[in-house]
Write a protein that binds this ligand. Structure first.
Ligand code: ADP
Length: 210
């Protein structure tokens, strides 16, 4: 099964992706996580991506596409995958289509998790991530900044109000057009991402089980 998740930052793509990946035994491939890994390990890719990520801008396509190309060639991705955060513009969507065509496969579902900006801003500005285990929470649900694993809940560097609004602008200008691109291929399934996590999950499973 080849699936991609499209949605604004904070739409819950990462959380949903984790459970879909377990249920359907397909690798969860998040380009955001991959870039953060490179950043943490000071790799050449990380050093180049940093300036863009800090500003909430898209990392250049040549770097992103190459990273995804290599990842999709790994053995665990041969039987299917779930892409989270890629493609994020039309150039990347066309690149992915060509790549899959060369490999003799194609995308089955494009899950579009739709959430309005107001909700996104509330979610992201209160989002806290554990610096040790990566668990995600919200300031409204935390008694202290200490995680049960012993780590500390911190704000992601790109979750400041200014960068959130830049990321939303990038989403509307560059990522939303790919929804129309995939709609023309009849692949888009709209998911209401403003609901609670379990209800978003239910809608996704309904689509994938068909
Ligand atoms: P978000 O919470 O904004 O959806 P991600 O964790 O998916 O964020 O990505 C964080 C950052 O990594 C993005 O703001 C961008 O700089 C970079 N990034 C992730 N995926 C891509 C992509 N497909 N193309 C270009 N840049 C990307």
């Amino acid at each position: 099964m080849q699936v991609i998740l499209v949605g604004p930052p904070g739409s819950g793509k990462g959380t949903q992706a984790k459970s879909i990946s377990v249920k359907y035994h397909i690798p969860h491939i998040s380009t955001g996580d991959m870039f953060r890994y490179h950043l943490k390990n000071n790799t050449p890719v990380g050093l180049e991506a940093k300036t863009f990520m800090d500003k909430g801008l898209l990392v250049p396509d040549y770097l992103t596409n190459q990273m995804v190309d290599l990842r999709l060639q790994e053995p665990d991705a041969k039987g299917g995958f779930l892409l989270d955060g890629f493609p994020r513009n039309l150039e990347q969507a066309r690149f992915l289509d060509d790549l899959l065509k060369q490999q003799g496969r194609r995308l089955e579902h494009v899950l579009w998790i739709d959430v309005e900006d107001k909700i996104i801003i509330e979610r992201l500005s209160g989002r806290r991530v554990c610096n040790k285990c990566g668990n995600i929470s919200h300031i409204d649900h935390l008694q202290s900044n200490r995680c049960s694993c012993g780590g500390t809940y911190v704000t992601r560097v790109d979750d400041t109000l200014e960068v959130i609004s830049d990321r939303l602008k990038v989403y509307h200008d560059q990522t939303e057009p790919i929804v129309a691109y995939y709609q023309a291929q009849g692949k888009v399934r709209v998911i209401d991402g403003s609901l609670a996590e379990v209800d978003v999950n239910k809608q996704i499973y309904e689509v994938l089980s068909k």
